[in-house]
Design a protein around this ligand. Structure first.
Ligand code: PNS
Length: 165
C-alpha cells in the first residue's frame, strides 16, 4: 500500500521553507496531501482560494503532492484520508513547545495517527509566513524566500500598482 502523509498548516502564504519540507517528505512518503486549515475565526491575509491556488502553482512540479482543505480536527481528517502520518516542519527550538503540544494532543485524540517531524534546511531556519508578510508589508524584498507566484501576489496585496494589467 502506498504511504500517505498529511502536511497541515495555514500556508498564509506558502514559503520556500514549506516547499523544502514537502520535498524532504516526498523522500519518505509516496504521496503528500498539503492540507490547508479552513479556520473561520482567523483573518488570514490570503483567502482560502488564494492559498489553494498559490500552493497548486508552487507544487506543479511535484506530481506526488496534492492540495486540499480541511476544517475540524486534523486527526479526523488524517484518519479519513487513511494517512500514515502527519508531517510537520521544525525550524528552531522556538517551534518545539507548540509542536510538542500539538503532536501530543493529536496523539491523545487518536493513537493511530503518528506525527513525523522534519528539520528544514538551514537556509530557511529564520523564515516563517508571518515574518515574510511583515517584511513584504513594509516593502522589504522577500523574493528568495517564497515561490514566484507568492512573490507576485504579495506585491499585488501590498502595492496594488504592481498588479499585472
Ligand atoms: O501553519 P500552522 O498555523 O502552524 O498550522 C496549525 C494547524 C493547522 C496544523 C493546527 O492548528 C491544526 O491542526 N488545526 C486543526 C484543529 C486541530 O486538530 N487542532 C489540534 C488539536 S486541538
Amino acid at each position: 500500500m502506498k504511504s500517505l502523509a498529511i502536511y497541515p498548516g495555514s500556508f498564509d502564504p506558502v514559503t520556500n521553507g514549506h516547499l523544502d519540507i514537502i520535498e524532504r517528505g516526498l523522500r519518505l512518503f509516496d504521496r503528500i496531501v498539503v492540507a490547508i486549515l479552513h479556520n473561520p475565526s482567523k483573518r488570514p491575509l490570503f483567502s482560502l482560494e488564494e492559498r489553494v491556488e498559490m500552493l497548486r502553482e508552487a507544487l506543479k512540479d511535484f506530481p506526488n503532492a496534492e492540495v486540499d482543505t480541511f476544517s475540524g480536527l486534523l486527526v479526523d481528517y488524517a484518519a479519513q484520508k487513511n494517512a500514515r502520518a502527519i508531517l510537520r516542519g521544525m525550524r528552531a527550538v522556538s517551534d518545539f513547545d507548540y509542536e510538542f503540544q500539538l503532536a501530543l494532543m493529536n496523539r491523545r485524540l487518536n493513537r493511530k495517527v503518528e506525527t513525523v517531524f522534519l528539520m528544514t534546511g538551514l537556509r530557511w531556519i529564520f523564515t516563517s509566513s508571518s515574518i515574510i508578510k511583515e517584511a513584504a508589508s513594509f516593502g522589504g524584498e522577500v523574493e528568495h524566500m517564497v515561490p514566484p507566484v507568492v512573490h507576485q501576489r504579495l506585491k499585488e496585496k501590498f502595492n496594488p500598482s504592481a498588479a499585472p494589467e
